[in-house]
Write a protein that binds this ligand. Sequence first.
Ligand SMILES: [Zn+2]
Length: 115
Amino acid sequence: MHEFSICQALITQVEQIAISHGALKVQSVKLRIGSLSGVELPLLEHAYPFASAGTLVEGSTLEIERAPLKVNCEACGLESEVKANLLTCRMCGSCLIRVVSGEELTLMSVELITT
Ligand SMILES: [Zn+2]
């Protein structure tokens, strides 16, 4: 299960942040996920409580923000926001495009409980 291993890696990362700050618990975790990252959000959300059980991350809230999908057109140079099922330039319709954002899975912020 792809999402479970992503979730475990994420929790390990968050736990290390919590430990390095001397936190007792993690309050919330905020992620930014692009629609081309290949991550199924419901599966990730489902895996979260299981993957975090027994860690400092257990019981925290997972917030997910969708990153917009942006492409840069090789033909006309325009950067535009597109839909995942329509990977063409908005301006000239060219499919010679490069994805500039939308494939990322970024840890945006971690809220810690220190007292
Ligand atoms: Zn174009």
